[in-house]
Design a protein around this ligand. Structure first.
Ligand SMILES: [Zn+2]
Ligand SMILES: [Zn+2]
Length: 171
């Protein structure tokens, strides 16, 4: 199944970090509206699930209306916020001839078939980019280029690859 939106590894503009979020009960209501509207399907990779879906702000800002929100699976969400996930050792950045969404689908399928993330990584066509794969410099390098843009993205063929992800996060 195709996603509606192209997925690239990226970061939110640091100026927009820590935006205001509504109180928990209100957020849960908004969350439900967005999930139902999107048919519990990740807008990026097309993964459909009843559990563990996240909500992502399209334009990272204080706008918490459903128009600015989209359903995203935990894997695509990790790719959308690489700074934190490089820091946590969840992902690495590699050059690949596979698209980002294909890497996620391949990883999900492999995990389902009992493969380890390490094994999946070895099977992917990967080349080292300009920094070591676990370097947070990939995220930092986006900051000076972003100016007022709400988000910055790595250029192709750079992709995020999962190295330390819990099973439920990819299922
Ligand atoms: Zn997804
Ligand atoms: Zn997000």
């Amino acid at each position: 199944m195709e996603g509606k939106t192209v997925l690239r590894p990226g970061i939110t503009n640091p100026r927009l970090w820590h935006p205001e979020r509504p109180p928990r009960h209100e957020w849960n209501k908004i969350r439900r509206i967005v999930l139902e509207r999107d048919n519990y399907t990740c807008s990026f990779c097309g993964h459909r699930a009843k559990k563990y879906l996240n909500i992502h702000h399209t334009e990272e800002s204080g706008d918490n209306s459903p128009d600015n929100l989209t359903t995203i699976c935990a894997a695509c969400h990790a790719v959308s916020h690489i700074g934190r996930n490089l820091d946590l050792g969840v992902i690495e950045i590699w050059e690949s001839d596979k698209s980002q969404v294909d890497i996620i689908r391949y990883t999900r399928e492999g995990v389902k078939n009992g493969k380890s993330l390490n094994q999946i990584k070895k099977e992917l066509p990967l080349r080292e980019g300009s920094y070591p794969p676990d370097s947070v410099e990939y995220a930092n390098s986006l900051i000076p280029k972003m100016r007022d843009a709400p988000r910055g993205y790595l250029d192709e063929p750079l992709c995020a690859v999962f190295v330390n992800f819990k099973r439920w996060q990819i299922e």
